[in-house]
Every structure is written in C-alpha cells, then in structure tokens.
Design a protein around this ligand. Sequence first.
Ligand SMILES: C[S@@+](CC[C@H](N)C(=O)[O-])C[C@H]1O[C@@H](n2cnc3c(N)ncnc32)[C@H](O)[C@@H]1O
Length: 274
Amino acid sequence: MAISAPDFDFIRKLIHERSAIVIEPGKEYLVEARLQPLAQREGFPSIQELVAKLRSDRFNCLHQKVVDAMTTNETSFFRDVHPFETMRKIIVPEIMAKRAGLRELNVWCGASSSGQEPYTIAMLLRENFPELAKWKVVFMASDISQEMLTRSRNGMYSQLEINRGLPAAYLVKYFQRVGMEWQIKEDLRKTIDFREINLCGAWPHIPKLDIIFMRNVLIYFDVNTKKTILGKIRQLLKPDGYLFLGAAETTLNLDDNFTRMNFPQSGCYRLKDN
Ligand SMILES: C[S@@+](CC[C@H](N)C(=O)[O-])C[C@H]1O[C@@H](n2cnc3c(N)ncnc32)[C@H](O)[C@@H]1O
C-alpha cells in the first residue's frame, strides 16, 4: 500500500530533525522502498503500522533505524579516483614536508558510510608513505548510522564491493578471505577510530585537522545546514590543511572563506589567505 500524505510528512520531518537530510516532496517511492523492508524486519504488517508506532513513542532505536534506512550509503573504494591521486602526489607529500619537525598528521573522514573511503586513505598512506609508521597519525572516521559504523569496524566486504574500484594488489596485501567475504587485516583496521557523529548535531572535541574528507553528504542537506557544517569545518581545519568535497559539492555561495584548488576533478579546498 502506498504511504499516506500525513505519514510521508511525518517521516520527512523526522529525518530532517534528526539528520538534516531533506526529502523532497514527490519522493514517496523512496520512502516506501526504504521503509518496507524495515517494517517487515521489525514485524509490522505495513509502513502504516510502523509509522503509527513511531508517532506513539518518543525517539528510540526504532526511530534511529528509520533514520539509518533513509540515509544513502552509496560508496566504493577509490571512489572518483582523482582525489586520491591528488592526496598521493601533492597533499600528503606537502603536509609531511611541513610537519617534518612535529611528525603529526590528523585526518578525519566524516560521513564514511561502510568504510571504503577511510580504508582507501589508510591503504594509500601505508602503501606510499612508510615513514608515517614513525609519526603520530590520528585518523578518525565517522557516520550517523550505527549500522554503517559496525560494518566499518568489522571491515568486511563482499566480492561485489571489492570489484568496485579496489586494485588487485591492495586486495592481496591488505585483506584476508573470510568465508565468501574479504576482511581488512586487523593491523590496518585498528589505525582508524570509527565514531558516531551526527554532522547536524553537536560535534565532540576533535583536534585540529590536516585533511578532512566530507564527501557526498552535504548534498543531502539544506543550505543553512551546509553553511553551519562548513563553518565548523573552518574552525577545525589547520590554516594550511585541505578539505575534500564530493564531485557534485562546492563551498561556492555557502562559505567564501574557502578557495578551490586547481587539482583536476578532486573537489579539494583550503582556507583563503595562505
Ligand atoms: C553517500 S554516503 C557517502 C560516503 C562516502 N563519503 C563517499 O563519498 O563515498 C553518505 C553518508 O552520509 C551519512 N550521513 C547522512 N546524514 C548524516 C548526518 N547528519 N551526519 C553524519 N553522517 C550522515 C550517511 O549515513 C551515509 O553513510
């Protein structure tokens, strides 16, 4: 049965309040497609009964599961390729040269979904910059979805996910076979601190960062939320640090303290006046 207009509205408001994600009118099909399997798993005969339960209770883990179900978790290893080439060729060498005395590197991957993005960065660093083994590297990755964070911490991927962008040499070196799946080896897994952070809520204390990946998430938010998040990023980024946004995202008309770097197809920004 199709979702009713009041139920659709209730879900839209819930998602916006909790995650800042905007679900446009006309996206009823999306809500139905995402909530139908959840309703079934949770033992509700239909979406209508699921929404009735949500309405009658205060925010609890069922509401959280609905938020999880409505987030888009699309990701892959080495997604878009170019940002990682820019990291390898330009950004990491530059930052390492500047921090050679300090020997500290702080990286944050916000909205890290099922973990392919932060693991891509971790493999890239391990593969190309072995001297970082002697540095203090703080690497944090975060997402709003507990389900995605559990997946990320396990570092377990299907053959299909592996086939989407992971070079064979990396598979051999950094993964082990577990049944039908592939798991990131423990010594790489433990280099990343996976945490739950709602980008539109209060952020925990985060040390000043050299590199921030915040890709393919701003796109889901309204303009004010984007501005607030970019403002917070500005406070966290070191004056000579770099921010990576997704291919369809920009700071333009949102925050003019950032300048876009001229690195091909990388969505790379830094703060002005440096
Ligand atoms: C499309 S994925 C992007 C994954 C990865 N950054 C990439 O580019 O491949 C978007 C992620 O943003 C997360 N997300 C959505 N709203 C969020 C919020 N308010 N706070 C933190 N993460 C959020 C979703 O759970 C999802 O994992």
